[in-house]
Ligand binder design. Structure first.
Ligand SMILES: Cc1ncc(COP(=O)(O)O)c(C=O)c1O
Length: 402
């Protein structure tokens, strides 16, 4: 039997577990509602664009290294409308999901032992990436209106006194992951001013910004800055489907030209770009309305289920957009144990420890509501409450589902 072990370098990552399929009650991950993937209109768009323009797939990097031009053109329109950002196609790089944008920015800006600033509770994928690169992470608390600016200033000052210059400040300002908060306009401006004062770039991840339900979202941080210090990324994973693996990075050419050499995959999937460009031109904004209406309904179902089965024993803030709720448990609940025990009966949740560097966030969990059906949300939250009660005596009583 051939043994690969001696050929594997010691610093390779531990092997992945074999995948056993999705859990029955899937409250994790950035999945979308499968019923809302706009298949009919995607089919129409695909047929049209393949017949009219499909031949270009015969070439590598058919519209140059930045990606398919009609898609970049659509993104400029979309960013103008939602993020209030003026940008040209030449400032947009199409990437294979915004995860690739994170990797590209990290490869370009970070080296072993560097320091970055992030929001204390933050997207789990950021922690894994930064720790793999051996980066020092400094977390800043997030309040209801976004990052705590005073604490950020204190941190920047203290790092400066130690001659440490963070390589960037990473933020998810619009529907922050996992807290669901939206950074106010004032704080966006304060953040830019601080980044100017300390001369540090900002990395703005606007992953969920299309999924804001009510009032208009505040302008993106990049749209408020005219000095080229903000690198921005977004995605179609949340608005159309994560299976597309299509995202975009927006930056001044001076930065983009240094990022591009790290994109060594000869371009993001061409068929996806063609189809999405054709689809978006006609259907994107109409689809977004339908999607957001349904996500809002699902969030209400999730809140009702939490109220029904957990009563006042948990706290959460009603989401204003996005696909998840950040739920706080009383002190005696260890959500890592809750995670293990609930998975045994097919209920998957994100324990707070995976989404934060702060110990106190071990009392929190993230629950995604986009993918499960109404019944799955109700039954899954009931099961979660039963397990939590068995393990920790919380909640005191469990309501019956009608
Ligand atoms: C904040 C944030 N950024 C980036 C991503 C990656 O998204 P994708 O690579 O699907 O565009 C996610 C996924 O959930 C996320 O929550």
């Amino acid at each position: 039997m051939f043994n690969i072990d001696k050929f594997l370098h010691k610093d390779t990552l531990p092997g992945s577990q074999k995948w056993n399929g999705f859990p029955i009650f899937n409250f994790i991950g950035g999945h979308n509602d499968e019923e809302l993937v706009p298949l009919k209109d995607l089919e129409k768009a695909a047929k049209k664009v393949i017949l009219e323009n499909g031949k270009i797939l015969g070439k590598y990097n058919y519209t140059g290294p930045l990606g398919y031009l009609p898609l970049r053109k659509f993104i400029t329109k979309k960013l103008k409308k939602g993020a209030k950002m003026d940008c040209s196609e030449e400032e947009i790089l199409i990437v294979s999901g915004s995860l690739q944008a994170l990797d590209l920015v990290n490869e370009t800006l970070l080296r072993n032992g560097d320091t970055v600033i992030i929001e204390e509770a933050c997207y789990g994928g950021v922690f894994t990436r930064l720790s793999r690169l051996n980066i020092n992470i400094e977390g800043i608390p997030v309040e209801e209106d976004g990052i705590n600016i005073n604490k950020l200033r204190d941190k920047l000052t203290s790092l400066k006194n130690q001659s440490i210059i963070p390589r960037y400040i990473y933020t998810i300002p619009t529907i922050q992951n996992p807290t669901g908060t939206v950074m106010s306009l004032e704080k966006r401006i304060d953040l830019i001013n601080l980044s100017k004062e300390f001369n540090i770039p900002i990395f703005e991840d606007d992953c969920y910004a299309d999924l804001i339900w009510g009032e208009e979202r505040p302008p993106s941080i990049r749209s408020l800055d005219h000095s080229g210090r903000v690198i921005y990324c977004g995605t179609f994973s949340k608005s159309i489907a994560p299976g597309f693996r299509l995202g975009y990075l927006v930056a001044d050419w001076k930065i983009l030209s240094r990022i591009l050499p790290y994109k060594t995959d000869a371009g993001t999937g061409g068929l996806e770009q063609l189809v999405l460009a054709e689809y978006c031109e006609t259907y994107f904004f109409k689809h977004l309305k339908t999607l957001n209406k349904q996500l809002e309904i699902k969030s209400k179902i999730m809140c009702e289920a939490l109220d029904k089965f957990f009563g006042n024993s948990v706290e959460y803030k009603k989401p204003v957009g996005g696909i998840y709720i950040w739920v706080s448990f009383p002190k005696k609940v260890d959500t890592k144990i809750l995670f293990d025990k609930s998975l045994e009966v097919g209920v998957a949740i994100n324990p707070g420890v995976e989404w934060s560097i702060e110990e106190e966030n071990n009392k929190k969990i993230r629950l995604c509501f986009a993918n499960p059906t109404k019944k799955e949300i109700e039954d899954g939250i009931k099961s979660l409450a039963e397990i939590c009660q068995k393990q920790f005596g919380i909640p005191l009583n469990i309501a019956n589902v009608n």
